[in-house]
Design a binder for this molecule. Structure first.
Ligand SMILES: [Zn+2]
Length: 360
């Protein structure tokens, strides 16, 4: 490799090491020096710039596992990332060097039956950043396949680039919902995923959009981002409040972005007869009581969402066109050395945090 210019025009000789914030065990992150990756055939080397803290990062940090995924050895967290391309491997155009990119963090094997039909989020061999045993983006450099590094338009920031990842979940959830223009929507949960799903629903032409949460601050953001009504579940029974807004019928589509036994049941009671429930958030319990008979008596369609596939370009387009506001989600920023603080703040939901970013 030859000398490179950083964003401020300083010239430096690249060394072969980098800093990494590494989860050693639950509740303990330390800074390490690691070998910098070298892009192989078809890969680009991305200088990481901005990484969003996701609920899954927080969960690995506090509990060391999510369902079947267990942190058994030191793990680098972070998978919502953007950066700049600093080097390319064989068979990648050198013209890409210097590009600002959003990186899609799950790399499938490209050959299995799911990859072949385009549902690569279901690939059994997917390597997803910050899902054990695969390291994530709380580092200075990652090497990724060139086609998973998406160029950002000049006017889209690197923070927004990182948040294309949660937005992709929202856009994909809309695809799975089959939402048609004018349909009424209820979104349970006004965290980052609920807030991007809200905006994707609006961009897709939803009619009324009710957002339900128990945090007044988050509901205020939902209102700003296009919710037609908000319901605070700490101020009365959600069932009664939503029925009061929908003539007792519920909404055509309910998105459960919270993911708990309680919200899963609530969705059944708040969806219209013949409507559709889209389950986005993962509950911590695998088995729990569920009002399936009530759902059947309403002939409800229940669909699930696991990550996303083929939606990064749409997500970037929506932000580039000003149809979706990701900047309003960012409430806190920390340097890489304080990644642990970002995780703790997000875990405790201190200081009105919605999305904390780690800037590398
Ligand atoms: Zn596959």
């Amino acid at each position: 490799m030859s000398a490179v210019n950083d964003e401020k025009g300083r010239t430096s000789m690249p060394s072969n090491t980098m800093k990494a914030a590494v989860l050693q065990k639950p509740m303990q992150i330390t800074m390490e020096t690691r070998i910098r990756p070298v892009p192989t055939q078809g890969e680009v080397l991305v200088r990481v710039r901005s990484v969003g803290v996701c609920g899954s990062d927080v969960h690995y940090y506090t509990h060391g596992r999510i369902g079947p995924f267990v942190v058994k050895s030191p793990l680098v967290l972070g998978h919502e990332m953007s950066g700049t391309i600093e080097a390319v491997g064989e068979n990648v155009l050198e013209a890409r060097i210097g590009e600002r990119v959003a990186v899609e963090p799950g790399i499938p094997d490209r050959v299995c039956e799911y990859c072949r039909i385009g549902r690569y989020n279901l690939c059994a061999n997917i390597r997803f950043m910050a899902t054990p045993p695969h390291d994530g983006a709380f580092v200075e450099y990652v090497a990724v396949p060139s086609d998973f590094a998406f160029k950002l338009p000049d006017h889209v920031s690197l923070d927004e680039g990182a948040l294309m990842e949660p937005l992709s979940v929202g856009v994909y959830a809309i695809h799975r919902s089959g939402l048609k223009a004018g349909q009424s929507v209820l979104i349970i949960g006004a965290g980052p995923i609920g807030l991007v799903t809200l905006q994707a629903a609006r961009a897709a032409g939803a009619g009324s959009i009710i957002v339900l949460d128990l945090d007044a601050g988050r509901l205020a953001i939902a209102k700003k981002l296009g919710a037609t009504q908000t319901v605070n579940s700490s101020e009365g029974l959600p069932l009664e409040q939503v029925h009061a807004l929908t003539d007792g019928c519920g909404t055509d589509i309910v998105f459960d972005a919270a993911g708990s036994p309680k919200t899963a049941s609530l969705a059944v009671h708040l969806v219209k007869r013949g409507g559709r429930i889209v389950m986005i958030g993962f509950a911590l319990e695998d088995n729990f009581p569920y009002p399936l008979v009530s759902a059947m008596a309403k002939e409800v369609d229940i669909v699930t969402v696991f990550r996303y596939a083929n939606v990064y370009p749409s997500a970037i387009g929506l932000v580039a066109e000003g149809r979706i506001d990701l900047k309003s989600l960012v409430t806190h920023r920390f340097p890489l050395e304080q990644a642990e603080r970002a995780l703790q703040l997000s875990d405790r939901r201190e200081d009105g945090v919605v999305k904390a970013m780690v800037q590398v």
